[in-house]
Design a protein around this ligand. Structure first.
Ligand SMILES: Nc1ncnc2c1ncn2[C@@H]1O[C@H](COP(=O)(O)OP(=O)(O)OP(=O)(O)O)[C@@H](O)[C@H]1O
Ligand SMILES: [Mg+2]
Length: 263
C-alpha cells in the first residue's frame, strides 16, 4: 500500500504519455491547504493534463495521485465520482451549456448530484451568483454574455458544491487585460472568502504573479522549479528566467516539447 497523502492534492512520480509522446516524465507536486498554486509552462507542456489527472479523468502510466487521503488512481468509479464532488473545475472556455440560461447552468451540478429542492437550489445559486457579481443576469443565455461574464458564471458553478479544491485552466486566456485583472482579483477574493485551495494553470505571467501564493514550472516533462513567487523572480534557472521574461534568447526553443518524445 502507498502511504496516504497529508496534502490537499499530491502527484507522486507521475508519468504520462499519449502513444509515443511522453508528456509527464516523473512529476511530483504537492498542493497544501489554502495554496493558490500556479502551474506554468509552455503550450503543450502538460498543464491541462495535470488537472485532468487530479480529477481522475485520465489515468497515468505510472505513479500515484491523491486528493486528500484518497488515492485517485486506485478508486473505483463510484467512489471516484463521490470524491470528485469535492473538486471544482473552471474550464478554459467556460464550458457553459448554450441551451441553458445562467441560473440553470449554475444549478446543474446541484440538480445532478444532490437531492436538494428547487428552492434550496435557487438559494445556493443566488448566493454564488452574488459572490461573482452576476445576480442580476440569471435569466441571460450564454450567447448574451461577454467573455468575462461567462468566466464569472463558470466560477459560480464551480463553487455550488462547496469544493475543497478548485482547478482553474487558463482562467484569463482570451480576456482583455482589464477584465483579466478583475477575474484574477475575483479568484483571490473567492478562494480567501471560501477558504478553498486552488491550482491555477496559466501562461500569463502577470496573472500568475498576481494570483499565486506558490508556483511550479513544468518543462520537458518535469517540474524544474517549485516555490514562492519571489523564488521564481530570482531564479538562476535559465529556462525559468527566459519563460518569465518572454525572451527569444535562451534554452527554450520552439518545438522543444518534442525533445522528450524521442528519448
Ligand atoms: N487525450 C490526448 N490524446 C493524445 N494526446 C494528448 C491528449 N491530451 C493531451 N495530449 C498531448 O499532450 C501534450 C500536453 O497537452 P496539455 O493539454 O496538457 O498541454 P498544456 O500545457 O495544457 O498546453 P496549452 O497551454 O496549449 O493548453 C500535448 O502535446 C497534447 O497534444
Ligand atoms: Mg491546456
Amino acid at each position: 500500500m502507498t502511504a496516504p497523502s497529508s496534502h490537499v492534492a499530491e502527484l507522486r512520480d507521475v508519468k504520462m504519455q499519449f502513444d509515443e509522446k511522453k508528456v509527464l516524465d516523473g512529476v511530483s507536486l504537492q498542493v497544501n491547504p489554502l495554496d493558490r498554486l500556479v502551474i506554468m509552462g509552455q503550450s503543450g507542456s502538460g498543464k491541462s493534463t495535470i488537472l485532468r489527472l487530479i480529477l481522475g479523468i485520465l489515468q497515468p502510466n505510472a505513479g500515484s495521485i491523491f486528493f486528500k487521503q484518497f488515492e485517485i488512481t486506485r478508486l473505483r468509479r463510484r467512489k471516484l465520482q463521490q470524491v470528485r464532488r469535492h473538486i471544482g473545475m473552471v474550464y478554459q472556455y467556460s464550458a457553459l451549456l448554450s441551451s441553458r440560461n445562467v441560473r440553470d447552468n449554475v444549478a446543474l451540478p446541484l440538480e445532478e448530484l444532490t437531492d436538494n429542492s428547487r428552492d434550496e437550489i435557487d438559494e445556493i445559486v443566488d448566493a454564488k451568483l452574488d459572490l461573482v457579481g452576476m445576480k442580476d443576469s440569471k435569466k441571460l443565455m450564454p450567447s448574451e454574455l461577454s467573455g468575462g461574464m461567462k468566466k464569472r458564471v463558470s466560477l459560480a458553478r464551480s463553487l455550488v458544491m462547496e469544493p475543497e479544491l478548485i482547478l482553474f485552466d487558463e482562467p484569463v486566456a482570451g480576456l482583455d487585460p482589464v477584465i483579466a485583472s478583475v477575474i484574477d482579483e475575483l479568484i483571490i477574493s473567492l478562494t480567501e472568502k471560501s477558504q478553498v485551495t486552488s491550482v491555477i494553470v496559466t501562461h500569463e505571467m502577470e496573472s500568475a504573479f498576481r494570483i499565486g501564493t506558490r508556483m511550479a514550472m513544468i518543462y520537458q516533462g518535469k517540474i524544474i522549479e517549485d516555490g514562492p513567487p519571489e523564488q521564481f523572480k530570482q531564479s538562476n534557472n535559465p529556462v525559468v528566467a527566459q519563460f518569465l521574461s518572454g525572451s527569444t534568447e535562451g534554452p527554450i526553443l520552439e518545438g522543444s516539447q518534442d525533445a522528450i518524445a524521442t528519448k
